[in-house]
Design a protein around this ligand. Structure first.
Ligand code: R5P
Length: 290
């Protein structure tokens, strides 16, 4: 381990300066192979470099939470508006028609449910990811969790090794445990740890100072939505995240728990890809909800 004495926090993030190494439309992907780039390009629109991922993997720890009681009724009709679907193999296999023709970011780790303590000690077989023709695999990293940090980093590293072998990108999902601060210092560390251990996409949370989180992460960041917010606030969250350097969103509850989920995902899409302001996005949401 490096000498921790005089460990200094970063101060020079080159904010406002684009990465000097990228000639591909996805941050940090210039040196990747063709298969990786092709899969990443299915997720991140080559025209905008951005993505609206629809997350509905919550059931793997929460069971049939509100808005996800019936994936066939609640989620399948929304898939046409998403750039990528994030779910488990169980839902993909049982409920998502294979002809929706959307890239999939497969939830690749598992462990416990919300009924017990956070624990992810299982990673699915790479052969399943290949069989499902997924465009990425998602694995959580619990930085700062004494029990789970090493196990989850090892999960990510192993998944990245397998992904590299077959050209499948890995998304590192930064956990937010009860004892972890939800601030830019924590999310910068957790995001960077994911990227350094092989993630080609990072999913984290928006926070004050997010521009530093995005600037110091060498791969694209998508933000989770978190708990359900009023629609206008959720659109503000998307707008601010994109403005501060996120390459997209990976949202669940703020879409499927909305009063009008199809209207909401279309409004989010317009904010992310077409730079609509939150007011314009909200107007669009209201129009489409009628
Ligand atoms: C949670 O188990 C998953 O990782 C979700 O995919 C993630 O939290 C995004 O969903 P939400 O926008 O509802 O937070």
């Amino acid at each position: 381990m490096a000498d921790m004495d005089d460990l200094r926090e970063g101060v020079n993030f080159g904010l406002g300066q684009a990465s000097q190494l990228d000639n591909f439309h996805i941050k940090g992907a210039s040196n990747l192979g063709w298969g990786m780039k092709d899969r990443l390009s299915r997720i991140f629109n080559p025209k905008t470099g951005r993505s609206v991922m629809l997350a509905f993997d919550h059931g793997f720890i929460m069971g049939p939470t509100s808005g996800l009681e019936r994936i066939d009724l609640n989620i399948v009709p929304l898939t046409e508006y998403a750039d990528c679907l994030m779910c488990t193999r169980g839902i993909l296999q049982s409920t998502i028609p294979a002809n929706v023709n959307k890239p999939v970011c497969l939830r690749a780790d598992a462990g416990t449910t919300i009924l017990t303590e956070l624990n992810r000690n299982v990673v699915i077989d790479i052969e399943d990811a290949i069989r499902f023709n997924v465009s990425a695999m998602a694995v959580m990293v619990a930085a700062g969790d004494g029990e789970m940090e090493a196990i989850t980093i090892s999960n990510l590293t192993r998944t990245a090794d397998l992904g590299n072998r077959y050209g499948i990108p890995v998304m590192g999902v930064t956990a937010v445990g009860k004892q972890m601060a939800r601030d830019s210092r924590y999310f910068s560390l957790a995001s960077r740890v994911c990227a350094e251990n092989g993630a080609t996409i990072v999913k984290t949370y928006y926070c004050d100072g997010f521009e530093k989180v995005a600037a110091s992460c060498p791969v694209p960041i998508v933000i989770a939505g978190g708990k359900k917010l009023p629609e206008k606030e959720a659109l503000e969250l998307c707008y601010n995240a994109i403005n501060d350097g996120a390459a997209g969103v990976d949202m669940g509850r703020n879409v499927f728990q909305s009063e009008a989920p199809a209207a909401m995902i279309q409004a989010i899409h317009a904010v992310v890809h077409n730079n609509l302001t939150p007011d314009q996005g909200y107007e669009m949401f209201l129009d489409l909800s009628k």
